[in-house]
Structure formats: structure tokens, C-alpha cells
Write a protein of this length. Structure first.
Lengths: 309, 257
């Protein structure tokens, strides 16, 4: 099967001498839901910029569904829909026009473009706003407008650069549902995000970039399996002044009603519960201290190696 | 893209460009009508009545073609420079850059928008001129072809200005310090035959002189310059500026990093 996105030895040096990409190679399979993660300045947006022809590459090859960006640019562009990080629409243009015009740039004739615009604006809850100027929309609505605009030509590959930044949790979750639905219908999705929970819950494969290099590229499941230890927060029923001795467990008293416990992957969590119960400590609830992927991400980026845990 | 798809893309850009200036007609169409009405009153009526005939025509008749042409030049340039720079500034030029629409369609779309505004304003100013003088046309084809060529040329110039502009100041420097002086010195209000010989020759370096004179020929049948020279210079500049604009778009100057 042809890869939705194939990148080979991609390099980018900006005019000021800054090396943004040091030669990354990456493949995203058709139908995948793929996360591209990395700290600020890692090179994610540069990579997306090159793939979407907004940034000129210094070296390397990029192809979209087999269409090379150098030799078959128009066909490659036709396959991509982009939701950029920054708002990049005309603030003084009506919402409906923005979406319908985008279809026009892809050669979709006006009547069909208006129909598609209606379909996606309704789906994303913006139909009532179609005649209003884009500047009148809230931040969450502007993000959804960019998603509608990116989908109006029905791309095979949808690239979202921080699509839920600054969006409240309710809208974020409805956007996640929408993206899952789009992906289930066959659209390949590449996502960059700072919400690692988002990547963990939605993406099947993950690549992590740092300082212009790819430091990890694997399936989400395999990556999470490399996490050797997880930290849990336990809320206890009766306040404690001091934590009793619990040999074989790495536990700390955070405050009189909260215990923090590090659990290795090769240990059974029931053992800890049994020992706590034996000491008369009753557990009310338990949760992860941080998102699992977040733990891994921090270790990978700070450690500079792929040995997590 | 198929030719039909390219045509759809072009139509989309042109419609968007026309709607853009039509939505703000109070800023784009009305001011030149008021300004030129003042020119006609002050220069044509009040001062013109003291000047007498110019090349066998009343002064008012003599200046009307130049003033129409000045409005066309200013507006076709202003439309493209402000629209394209605005799309860079707000980054919605990216909507086109990520799409498969070819560079020459993008350029043609913006230029057509600028030409349309130039011609709409030119017609509006012509209507205003009718309040002061009946319309006389000597050669309709020369008049129409020259105004369209001039609008294309200055729309292209506005496009190049917008490509290089990094701030809003950059889009007003050229119109203020280059375009306006060249237009005023391009023979709107006088015939270059009135100038000393040195300045007559110096005026020949001003491309706007050729366009205004050819346009005036279309109205009145008089010109200081040969029509062949006017057409050659206009078409020559268009070819050079168009080629350069395509080169800049392909290179991504000012729009791609």
C-alpha cells in the first residue's frame, strides 16, 4: 500500500542559519491516526510547512500518496487538508464564503462548493454563523472553521497542527469525536498537539521530534509498553500524620489525605492495596499522577534517548 | 487540475477580489469620485477658464482623459497592493498556497481584481466628468485598449510591491513617492510641448506620459507621443512585470520561508 506520507532525509536550514530539520525520515500509512509530538522548536511545524508547501525545504524528498512534491506538486496538494496552528483566514470575510472559496481553489464548482460548505459548517456547528464575519467568532469556533475549511475538498490526508489549542474541554472532546469519525471513514490524520492525552487516546502511531531530529517513531501501544513505572495518586479515607512502613513499595505522603505511589510494571498493584489495608488505610480513589504518554515524552525529550522508564 | 478546475479557481479568486472592494465601496469607489470632482471644479472650471485652449481644446476637455487615467492607475495599483499584502499579513494567502491552484492563476486572479476596480472607478470618474463636459470619443478602441493595458500594468506593479512589502508603510511608500509624482508629471494637466526642450526629453523617461497621451488620443485625437511607442512601452512593461511576478511567486518571495 502506498504511504499517505513518505518523508526521506528532510532537511531545513533557515536563512538566519537556524537548522530546523537535520534529516528526518518518516512514513505514515494510509488510514493511520498519527501523532507528531515534540517540544516547542522541535521542528514539527517546519515539517508540516514543507509537506503543505508553505516552507521551502533545503534537502530531502516528500511524497503524498505517491505524488512527489517536486514532480507532481498539484496532485500532492490535492490530497492534503491543513488545519494550521495560527488563525489564517480573512477576518473580514463571511464564514460561509471562506469555506466555499477554499473549495473553489481546488477547482470545485460553486454549487457543489456551497453544498460542501453547508455540510461541514453544519457538522461543526457553524451553520448559523455562516453570514457573520470570521472575526466575530469565538476562539473555539475559529478552530472549527479551520477544520471545516480543511475538509471542504475532502482530502485523503488531514494535517492538524495544534487543533485544540485554547479550546475548552467540552469542545475539545467533541472535536476528538469528530476526528475519530473522519478517520474511521478513511481519512488519514496527522496531528501535532501539546495535549498528550489527546495523542494517547486517539493516535495509533506516534513520532517524537526534538531539536530537528526524530527521536522516536513507533506505535502508541509499543511506546507505552516501554514505560517501566507509573506514578499513582491515592486518596485515602482517614487522614494520616505519618505513613507507616511499607517495605517493598515506593510510596510518599503528599498531604494527610493523599499518597503518591510508584508502581513498577512487573509488580501487581493489588499487593500495595493489600499492604495498605493491613495497615488500616482505606483507599477512596486512585488516578494516574500524569498522563502516561506525558511521562514518556518528558523522559525521551529530557533524556535524549529512546530508553524510557 | 483540469482546465475547467483552473477556470473555477480563477473565478473564485476574481469574485472574492471584486467582493472585497465592493464591500468597502465607501473607501474604494466613492473617494476618487469626490477627489476628481474637485479637480474638475478647481482646475477645469476655475483655473481652466483663465488658461484658454490647450492644443485646440478647452482646458477642461484636455484634462479629463488624464484625470480618468490617474484614477485608474491609482486604484488598480492600490487594490492589488492592499489586497495581496493584507492576505500576507493575515496569512490567508496560505489558503491558496496549500491548494493546487497554479501561480499564474493566483496572479491573474489578483490582477483581474485590480483591473476591475480600476475600470469601475474609471467609469465612475467618467460619469462625474459628464457633469462638467459632454463625452467626446475620437477612437473608442484606442481608449479602451489603453485603459485596460494601463490597469493591468499598474495592478502588476502593485502586486510586486505587495510581495516585497513587510510593513504597511512599505505599501504606501511607492504610491506616495513614485507613482503620484510620475502621474502628475505625466502630462495630465499640460502638454509636454509647453516644457523647455530638456524637460520635454526628460519627460519621455516617464512611462505614464505614454499612457496618458494615448488615452487622450482616444478621447480627443491629439497626442504628444506616437501611439506605437505608447503601445510598445505598455505591453513591454506588462510582459516584464508579469514574468517577474511569476518568478517571485515560484520562488516564494515574501510568502514562503
Amino acid at each position: 500500500m502506498t504511504a499517505a506520507l513518505a518523508i526521506r532525509d528532510l532537511k531545513k536550514t533557515y536563512r538566519n542559519g537556524h537548522i530546523a530539520l537535520k534529516g528526518i525520515s518518516l512514513e505514515v500509512a494510509e488510514g493511520d491516526f498519527f501523532a507528531l509530538l515534540g517540544p516547542n522548536g522541535a521542528g514539527k511545524s517546519t515539517t508540516i510547512g514543507i509537506v503543505t508547501s508553505l516552507v521551502n525545504k533545503s534537502a530531502g524528498e516528500v511524497s503524498i500518496f505517491g505524488h512527489d512534491l517536486e514532480t507532481d506538486l498539484a496532485a500532492a496538494k490535492s490530497c492534503i487538508g491543513l488545519v494550521p496552528q495560527e488563525f489564517n483566514f480573512n477576518q473580514f470575510e463571511p464564514v460561509g464564503e471562506i469555506v466555499a472559496n477554499q473549495a473553489g481553489y481546488y477547482g470545485i464548482e460553486r454549487r457543489q462548493a456551497l453544498g460542501r460548505a453547508e455540510q461541514y459548517l453544519r457538522r461543526l456547528g457553524l451553520w448559523e454563523k455562516r453570514r457573520g464575519m470570521a472575526r466575530e467568532l469565538s476562539g473555539g469556533m475559529k478552530r472549527r472553521l479551520m477544520i471545516a475549511r480543511a475538509l471542504v475538498h475532502e482530502p485523503r490526508l488531514l494535517i492538524l497542527d495544534e487543533p485544540t489549542a485554547g479550546v475548552d474541554i467540552e469542545i475539545r472532546r467533541s472535536m476528538w469525536d469528530f476526528l475519530r469519525e473522519i478517520n474511521a471513514n478513511g481519512t488519514t490524520i496527522i496531528l501535532t498537539t501539546h495535549y498528550l492525552e489527546e495523542a494517547e487516546s486517539m493516535c495509533r502511531n506516534i513520532a517524537i521530534m526534538d531539536e530537528g531530529e526524530l527521536i522516536e517513531n513507533t506505535s502508541t501501544r509499543r511506546l507505552l509498553n516501554t514505560l517501566h513505572m507509573e506514578t499513582f495518586i491515592l486518596d485515602i479515607a482517614d487522614p494520616l500524620e505519618k505513613l507507616p512502613d511499607l517495605p517493598g513499595h515506593s510510596v510518599r505522603l503528599v498531604d494527610e489525605c493523599t499518597i503518591e505511589a510508584d508502581i513498577c510494571r512487573d509488580k501487581v498493584i493489588n499487593d500495595l492495596f493489600a499492604d495498605l489495608s493491613a495497615q488500616g488505610i482505606r483507599i477512596l480513589s486512585m488516578r494516574n499522577k500524569t498522563n502516561r504518554l506525558e511521562q514518556l515524552f518528558v523522559r525521551l525529550v529530557e533524556g535524549g534517548s529512546s530508553e524510557a522508564g | 487540475m483540469t482546465p475547467q478546475q483552473k477556470l473555477t479557481a480563477l473565478r473564485t479568486i476574481v469574485t472574492r477580489e471584486i467582493l472585497r472592494f465592493a464591500r468597502i465601496w465607501i473607501q474604494t469607489v466613492l473617494p476618487p469620485m469626490i477627489t476628481t470632482a474637485l479637480y474638475f471644479i478647481i482646475f477645469g472650471n476655475l483655473i481652466g477658464s483663465q488658461i484658454g485652449d490647450m492644443d485646440g481644446f478647452r482646458y477642461m476637455e484636455f484634462i479629463i482623459p488624464g484625470i480618468i487615467m490617474m484614477s485608474v492607475i491609482t486604484n488598480s495599483y492600490a487594490n492589488v497592493v492592499s489586497s495581496f499584502y493584507g492576505s500576507k499579513f493575515q496569512r490567508h494567502i496560505e489558503e491558496m498556497l496549500v491548494s493546487p491552484v497554479p501561480n499564474y492563476i493566483i496572479l491573474t486572479g489578483f490582477i483581474t481584481g485590480g483591473v476591475t476596480r480600476g475600470l469601475v472607478v474609471g467609469c465612475a470618474v467618467t460619469l462625474v466628468s459628464l457633469l462638467f463636459n459632454p463625452l467626446s470619443i475620437y477612437n473608442l478602441w484606442v481608449m479602451l485598449s489603453m485603459i485596460v493595458l494601463t490597469a493591468i500594468l499598474f495592478a502588476l506593479a502593485g502586486f510586486i510591491n505587495a510581495i516585497y512589502a513587510r510593513t504597511f508603510d512599505d505599501i504606501s511608500i511607492i504610491p506616495t513617492f513614485v507613482l503620484t509624482p510620475l502621474t502628475y508629471l505625466g502630462g495630465i494637466f499640460y502638454s509636454i510641448n509647453m516644457l523647455p526642450e530638456f524637460w520635454q526629453k526628460a519627460s519621455l523617461a516617464n512611462p505614464i506620459l505614454y499612457m496618458i497621451n494615448a488615452f487622450r488620443y482616444g478621447f480627443l485625437g491629439i497626442t504628444d507621443i506616437s501611439l506605437l511607442a505608447s503601445y510598445s512601452i505598455s505591453i513591454g512593461f506588462i510582459v516584464v512585470l508579469y514574468t517577474f511576478s511569476i518568478y517571485l511567486l515560484r520562488k516564494g518571495q515574501g510568502i514562503r520561508t
